[in-house]
Ligand binder design. Structure first.
Ligand SMILES: *Cc1c(COP(=O)(O)O)cnc(C)c1O
Length: 367
């Protein structure tokens, strides 16, 4: 059956490579969206075993899957900030990123109510206009002496809009704005870098790095390749001869002026394979490129294997969709998207094999 292999040792090596770029900083791991689709449980287990103690998720509902896999001294942060019920957030044991004045007010109120300081990260928006206090709101806030009463700030953080474009002037502008604003919170540790920013040099590292995509083998920017993590393969279900001039698949598109051999594999858009790759993308059989022809269906797609010897495309033959011949970034480029979207859309129907740990993780208990 279609099989997704996830190399946990490669994830650990990618994490170590980033940590080595910033030896005097802490390197966290961003495991939001089920660790970019690869399984927050096994990924967190592997990174925790390798010594990582700081994990970021996006939603409160993502906390539990990480919590049960990491040691008690590990910290989980929630990027999207406080939910509607701050007491329920507190009960998860995770720490919110406070993004807006109402987050701060709610966390302070809870701290006052229960009579103890509550930990948090404060996010500043330094130019992306997504999450975090606008500079004017931040200045307003800290000019009030009681502004952060009851809040134990672990970090002040911000996030780059163009970290994957090393020459974008916005990177330095956001960084300088961050330094100037964070100076209003003397002594508070700072966090700034995602994967791309980790490769922008020590000026961008600060105290805590927050890499995501680079851990999972995605290129943090076009000129930096990480160790691949994911292999996606599917066996050929059936091959058939299609006469010259005949269309194939839904809409009977993609006819050709010559006879062809068309092979079907059981991966489609319901498995996260982009429908856009019909007629654009390719797969590989024993290292040979085979184009995806016709429309990608929900549960299957068609490959033109005419140029392969017949025995090379018998039913059961393994077809590589992501692997040594085609990186996740190449699939993303062909589909006019980014590796993040390809990984996070990988469907639930694959057999998942986690490799690279001393003891293989049983996929039944892995997710
Ligand atoms: C998702 C996210 C990250 C990780 O970004 P990558 O580009 O995947 O390294 C870091 N910080 C914040 C605020 C994020 O939302």
């Amino acid at each position: 059956m279609p099989t997704l292999r996830i190399d946990l040792a490669a994830i650990v090596r990618n994490h170590r490579r980033i940590a080595a770029l910033a030896p005097s900083s802490v390197t966290a791991a961003v495991v939001k969206a089920d660790a970019y689709g690869l399984g927050a449980g096994p990924v967190s287990t592997a990174l925790a075993a390798a010594g990582c103690r700081d994990f970021f998720v996006a939603h409160w509902g993502e906390v539990a899957a990480v919590r049960e896999r990491v040691p008690h001294d590990a910290t989980i942060y929630v990027l999207n900030g406080l939910g509607a019920d701050p007491a329920a957030c507190l009960a998860t044991g995770a720490i919110p990123v406070l993004n807006a004045p109402h987050h701060i007010a709610a966390w302070r109120a809870l701290a006052a109510k229960i009579g103890r300081e509550l930990p948090a990260i404060l996010q500043l928006d330094t130019g992306m206009a997504r999450l975090g206090l606008a500079p004017a709101d931040f200045v307003d806030l800290i000019e009030r002496p009681e502004a952060l009463d009851g809040i134990a700030l672990r970090y002040v953080m911000s996030h780059l809009a163009c970290a994957d474009e090393p020459d974008a002037p916005a990177n330095r502008e956001q960084r300088d704005r961050f330094v100037a604003l964070a100076a209003r919170l003397p002594g508070t540790p700072r966090s700034f870098a995602n994967s791309g920013a980790a490769f922008l040099g020590p000026d961008f590292h600060f105290d805590l790095l927050r890499p995501g995509i680079a851990l999972y083998g995605g290129a943090p920017r076009p000129d930096v390749a990480m160790e691949p993590v994911v292999t996606l393969t599917a066996p050929i279900i059936q091959s058939r001869r299609v006469a010259a001039g005949r269309g194939i698949g839904y809409g009977l598109t993609a006819s050709a002026p010559h006879d062809r051999i068309i092979a079907t594999i059981g991966v489609g858009y319901a498995d996260g394979w982009p429908r856009r790759l019909g007629g654009h993308g390719a797969a590989f059989i024993a290292g040979e490129r085979v184009p995806i022809v016709g429309r990608v269906s929900m549960d299957s797609m068609l490959l033109d294997v005419t140029d392969l010897p017949e025995e090379a495309c018998a039913p059961g033959t393994a077809v590589e969709l992501i692997g040594p011949h085609q990186s996740v970034d190449e699939v993303a480029a062909a589909a006019q998207t980014i590796s993040y979207e390809i990984l996070t859309q990988l469907g639930a129907r694959y057999a998942r094999h986690y490799i690279g740990l001393d003891a293989p993780v049983d996929p039944e208990t892995a997710t």
